[in-house]
Ligand binder design. Structure first.
Ligand SMILES: C[C@@](CO)(OP(=O)(O)O)[C@H](O)COP(=O)(O)OP(=O)(O)OC[C@H]1O[C@@H](n2ccc(N)nc2=O)[C@H](O)[C@@H]1O
Ligand SMILES: Nc1ncnc2c1ncn2[C@@H]1O[C@H](COP(=O)(O)OP(=O)(O)O)[C@@H](O)[C@H]1O
Length: 282
């Protein structure tokens, strides 16, 4: 088991949705999805310090996000409540992932808090228990707790793990913040893509049903996607945007495409991970 201490670095990696189909809608309005999650080696980093009281303090608040609504603070308080734990923690968050980027940064931060404090406080919740707890924070949190490349269903909480090939990604980050709720709430969103069996999915299959809506509402997303498709016809948006990405079998190919990026577009290259870096933590 991967022992870590209060002094350790705790990574919170980004995810890509290699496809994302909207296959229905629940009575509460949440959308039923089918998607494949892949973790990549671009990450936020968290550090934790013990406290003599039971407070949860975020030492590095994000501008525009009140500490009480920050997903890291909410995750830590949730774990205290669920376990009756009387210990506190000071959280340091070094943010690298863009917010509203479709990379799941906030959700990944929350999952890393659940995994790290469960380990450091020795609160003893199992990974499935932490996944369930995470789901109350957001639909994307459970997969980061789960920690494996996986075919996800439901709102993103029912998993069939899969192996993915080694791949590097060119990720473009249009300079816009896409609000997830606005994309899911759009009347024109296609919500009836036929469901497939997880075992029938092949790498490269599928599309992102949220892409048409996000591109119509945010021309910068459409522009980034249009350029990326000239380099890689299979380019796609991740999650509800704003980022778009294309996979390449070799890192050098992704870097060559990055080198051709026109002025006005921003991007970076990341490698796909075989699993979340905390996949073995208990
Ligand atoms: C679209 C995805 C795909 O991985 O990623 P992101 O673009 O956020 O990274 C996720 O499903 C996003 O998960 P997450 O960002 O945690 O969403 P939540 O906070 O739970 O929900 C934000 C809002 O989006 C809508 N929502 C979200 C998920 C879902 N399956 N159906 C929905 O209708 C709801 O209106 C909800 O109020
Ligand atoms: N620790 C956090 N990091 C990022 N966003 C956070 C955090 N806590 C709360 N949020 C809120 O969650 C929203 C979604 O952020 P994020 O998960 O990074 O994007 P996405 O859902 O597009 O992948 C942000 O706009 C912000 O208001």
């Amino acid at each position: 088991m991967n022992r870590r201490t209060w002094d350790s670095d705790w990574p919170a990696p980004a995810k890509l949705n290699l496809f994302l189909h909207v296959v229905g809608r629940r009575v509460d309005g949440y959308h039923l999805l089918q998607t494949v999650f892949r973790f990549i080696d671009r990450a936020d980093t968290l550090h934790f310090a013990p406290r003599t009281d039971d407070d949860i303090v975020l030492a590095t608040p994000i501008p525009g996000v009140p500490a009480d609504s920050d997903l890291t603070v909410r995750a830590a308080r949730l774990l205290q409540q669920a376990t009756g734990c009387r210990q506190g923690a000071t959280i340091h968050l070094a943010k690298q992932l863009p917010m509203g980027g479709g990379l799941g940064g906030g959700s990944s931060d929350a999952a890393t808090v659940l995994l790290a404090l469960n380990h450091l406080w020795q609160t003893g919740l199992t990974r499935p228990q932490l996944e369930q707890l995470g789901l109350t924070l957001g639909a994307d949190v459970p997969v980061f707790v789960h920690g494996r490349s996986t075919f996800a269903e439901g709102i993103g909480e029912a998993f069939t793990d899969i192996e993915l090939p080694t791949e590097s990604y060119l990720v473009l980050h249009p300079d816009v913040h896409v609000p997830t709720a606005a994309i899911f709430g759009a009347p024109e969103l296609k919500r009836d893509t036929p469901a497939i069996l997880p075992g029938d999915w092949r790498h490269g299959d599928g599309h992102n049903d949220l892409e048409t809506v996000a591109c119509a509402k945010f021309p910068a997303v459409a522009a980034a996607l249009a350029w990326l498709k000239t380099k890689a016809p299979h380019a796609m948006m991740t999650g509800s945007g704003a980022c778009v990405f294309a996979g390449f079998p070799r890192r050098s190919e992704a870097e060559a495409a990055l080198a051709a990026l026109p002025a006005g577009l921003r991007g970076w290259v990341a490698d796909g991970l075989p699993a979340h870096p905390l996949a073995e933590i208990e």
